[in-house]
Design a protein around this ligand. Sequence first.
Ligand code: ITT
Length: 198
Amino acid sequence: MKLVLATNNKGKVKELAEMLNPLGLQVVPIGEYPGFQEVEEDGETFADNAIKKAVAAAEFTGELSLADDSGLEADALNGAPGVHSARFAGELKDDAANNRKLLKLLEDVPDEKRTGRFRCVIAIAEPHGRVHTAEGACEGIILRELKGEGGFGYDPLFYVPTYKQTFAEIDLKQKNSISHRGKALRKAVEILNRLYVN
Ligand code: ITT
């Protein structure tokens, strides 16, 4: 059975594939379906947007589809960038510009108030059928400067106290073991195993 990954974010694809490939489903990125139009992510919650992306992909491809909507919430910014994480600094999705904007907004925020979390909602949609969701969160500290070369997005600013490292300093397997996406994915894998894996 095919499982379409309804994301154009290469960082997400790597992390999702690492955990989904062992299932025995045929995991196919949406990029392999020419003509699929990126949906407008105008939902108020991660769940709204994840469902919208998964349903659009399932209807376009006629295959079981999985989408991820995720983002970083800074407590000192009342939860921003949140659902606007990908385009925080402007219309283009620009990780470097997003990180610069976040650093600027948090410039005067003292260390003890630089708390935040990544959140992720994964939606799995059948073509014209059921939709399932699974969520995960990971608490951390937003640093004052970038640290580490790996990962994507806000990873170099997101410090995990238990590892004493940022998400950009740990490897993909370690990140999946504690991250928002890893937690949501483990729940999604349970759903896939129960309902769709023979
Ligand atoms: P798709 O909609 O195609 O999946 P996207 O990047 O636009 O790709 P989102 O709308 O869910 O996806 O935005 C998620 C943004 O949140 C992402 O672009 C990063 O800036 C940030 N983000 C989410 N998970 C992250 C992670 O694990 N590490 C670093 N940044 C992350």
